[in-house]
Ligand binder design. Structure first.
Ligand SMILES: Cc1cc2nc3c(=O)[nH]c(=O)nc-3n(C[C@H](O)[C@H](O)[C@H](O)COP(=O)(O)OP(=O)(O)OC[C@H]3O[C@@H](n4cnc5c(N)ncnc54)[C@H](O)[C@@H]3O)c2cc1C
Length: 428
């Protein structure tokens, strides 16, 4: 029986409880938002003795961080040469190098603090699903290997074995990458932060952010935190009218469905080396297994406003196209979430006022980007050196997206048409 519930909420170690903020308090740095960005910043600041308070509006991981696919990827969706074309060679190379090192940052953090994140560092597969997709794999390989990155192109029998399907004849194996349980990771980060002395308040949405006598006050419904510096880490899940950071992206949804634990041939065959995978489709299909050998399929698109059976049909179709000889999977959980998107697939870094920093629009690459940006913000606050940040700061006006709602709707319409085409077997 298919339940509408996020799998990770069930399979992650239990969430610690964080009391709401009920009395006024102060800190050197106040972090708003308890996802990867906020908690990574909290850890890296607390490691250097900084007094940090985190205000989370709901519960830890209730934003994008607890819902993601769990692919720990290096880089943006855009290819490195495209980043250079967009940002210039210096900034493009800097960003590619920083994001290339980000999976190691994630896996090192997990190891250093012994976080039970159900992580594997076996690499990830970008699977060419047709001739154009295979060409994309070749281009990515050429651009990455030119930069000395540890990537391989898998073809023929080796490709079939790694992907577990003869429908994919070429795939890029990125050995830097891997997978984790995203809720386990974010809850683990919160536990580490508190062990380092960070105070986390749950159910404490910030309603106002104001400067009084040179100090910032983050005001919640019951009490407030005063601090010299503020990191806004609310990203695509920003709630309230106290900030305009949510004007820097448009929202795109991502849907996931998980099977019952696989056994027998399916368990032995699908992604046997435990990479996470996604294909080169315009509306990509992501494929991975969790620690209990469930198969997880995902794609860009919203669950809402569609017939209940819509995505189940889509999932059955993906199974049929990649694993036609295996018995039909029993789907157990489905859920979706939103991420902040930009047309160029590059995230935004802003300093909207003196003493405030924020990063937004990770374009579906937040495990690495968020962990990295949290550390970058910590380094920037500690040293004052802008070179700590791998992208130039932009102003809010430069980042504002025009007609974000319309862009979200148009994207969703396009994705629905694509998935319908797949289900009707018009799009192969
Ligand atoms: C379905 C899905 C699949 C994804 N898959 C992947 C993937 O495989 N790999 C990958 O790298 N990335 C993936 N992403 C993207 C990634 O999850 C996000 O980019 C990342 O979680 C962003 O982290 P964050 O800490 O910046 O923000 P979030 O995790 O969204 O955290 C923001 C927090 O701020 C809190 N908040 C909001 N408003 C307030 C307020 N007023 N006061 C206090 N707190 C507030 C929210 O409650 C939330 O907890 C996926 C995202 C989704 C939704």
């Amino acid at each position: 029986m298919l339940q509408r519930h996020c799998l990770w909420d069930i399979t992650a170690p239990a969430a610690p409880h964080y009391e709401p903020l009920s009395t006024d308090t102060s800190a050197q740095v106040c972090i708003i938002g308890g996802g990867y960005t906020g908690l990574s910043a909290a850890i890296h600041l607390a490691e250097k003795g900084v007094r940090v308070v985190v205000l989370e509006g709901n519960t830890i991981g209730s934003g994008g961080s607890g819902k993601s696919v769990g692919l720990v990827n290096a880089g943006t969706w855009a290819r490195p040469d495209d980043l250079n074309a967009e940002l210039g060679d210096t900034d493009g190379e800097r960003l590619t190098a920083a994001l290339g090192a980000a999976p190691k940052l994630v896996f090192d953090l997990i190891e250093r603090y012994n976080i039970d994140a159900q992580a594997t560092n076996a690499g990830n597969l970008h699977m060419g699903h047709n001739a154009k997709g295979e060409q994309d794999v070749d281009i990515r390989y050429e651009q990455l290997s030119r930069r000395g990155v540890d990537v391989e192109v898998l073809t023929g029998a080796r490709c079939h074995e790694y992907c577990g399907t003869t429908s994919i004849n070429k795939a890029l194996l990125d050995n830097r990458a891997g997978t984790l349980n995203p809720m386990a990771y974010v809850r683990g980060l919160a536990k580490v932060a508190t062990s380092l002395g960070v105070t986390i308040y749950g159910q404490s949405p910030v309603q106002r952010l104001q400067k009084i006598d040179g100090e910032w006050h983050a005001v919640t419904h019951r009490a407030q935190v005063s601090a010299e510096r503020v990191i806004i880490a609310t990203n695509a899940y920003t709630e309230g009218e106290w900030t305009e950071v949510n004007k820097t992206f448009y929202l795109v949804s991502y849907y996931q469905i998980a099977s019952e634990p696989l056994s027998g041939e399916a368990a032995a065959r699908i992604l046997p080396h435990r990479q996470g995978a996604w294909d080169t489709r315009l509306a990509l299909s992501s494929i991975r297994r969790d620690k209990d050998d469930r198969l997880l399929l995902g794609t860009v698109g919203a669950r809402a406003y569609k017939p209940a059976a819509f995505y189940k049909s889509w999932a059955n179709l993906v199974q049929k196209s990649y694993y036609p000889d295996l018995p039909a999977f029993n789907w157990q959980y489905e859920w979706s979430g939103n991420f902040g998107f930009t047309q160029d697939h590059i995230f935004r870094v802003l300093e909207p006022d003196e003493g405030i920093v924020t990063a937004t629009a990770y374009n579906g690459r937040g495990i690495t980007t968020g962990t990295m940006m949290g550390k970058c913000f910590a380094d920037y606050i500690l040293t004052g050196n802008r070179d700590s940040i791998p992208l130039p700061f932009k102003t809010l006006e430069e980042c504002k997206v025009t007609m974000p709602k319309l862009k979200s709707i148009m994207t969703e319409v396009g994705l629905t048409l694509y998935h319908s085409g797949q289900c009707l077997q018009i799009i192969k």
